[in-house]
Design a protein around this ligand. Sequence first.
Ligand SMILES: [Ca+2]
Length: 174
Amino acid sequence: MSTFNKGIAKAEVTLKWDPSPLGAPDNDLDLIAATYTKDAPHGAPAYLVHFDSRFSPDGTINLNRDSRTGKGFGPDEIMTLELNRLSETYTRVVVGVAIQQGEGRKVFGDVENTAVLVHEGHTELAADDFAEVAQSTAATVAEFLRDETGEWRFHPVLRGFDADPNTFAGLMGS
Ligand SMILES: [Ca+2]
């Protein structure tokens, strides 16, 4: 089993999915990052980064691209996390994907070719197609934890939720 000697400095998460069929409500998936402090690592998020709040207060986590439809080439949503620049107050960052719920319930199994990739430079940390959470409306996909030496470590955490994006954002740290 290989181990990382150095912690993760800057990670990127990309998400892509196919647009809905003609005439059907748009497929709108959202990347969401939630940060937690050492006082409440599993409590309420200190702040969120997502389509409606694309930059963290200190500029370390940014949603660089967002999409409401999944149309176009390449990743539909891109988020960068400059973990090495986060204040020591923060010890945990969870990244998730939520599906906007419009006309009726929409789960990952309803959206074609959904793929998430977590990487640092050329190193792939995780990749998933959401097949295991096909009946969920949201899922966590990545967890970054600060270890005892202060370095950031990656943990894959594919965990499905049955919640709208707002509710999911509040539950991601649980
Ligand atoms: Ca979106």
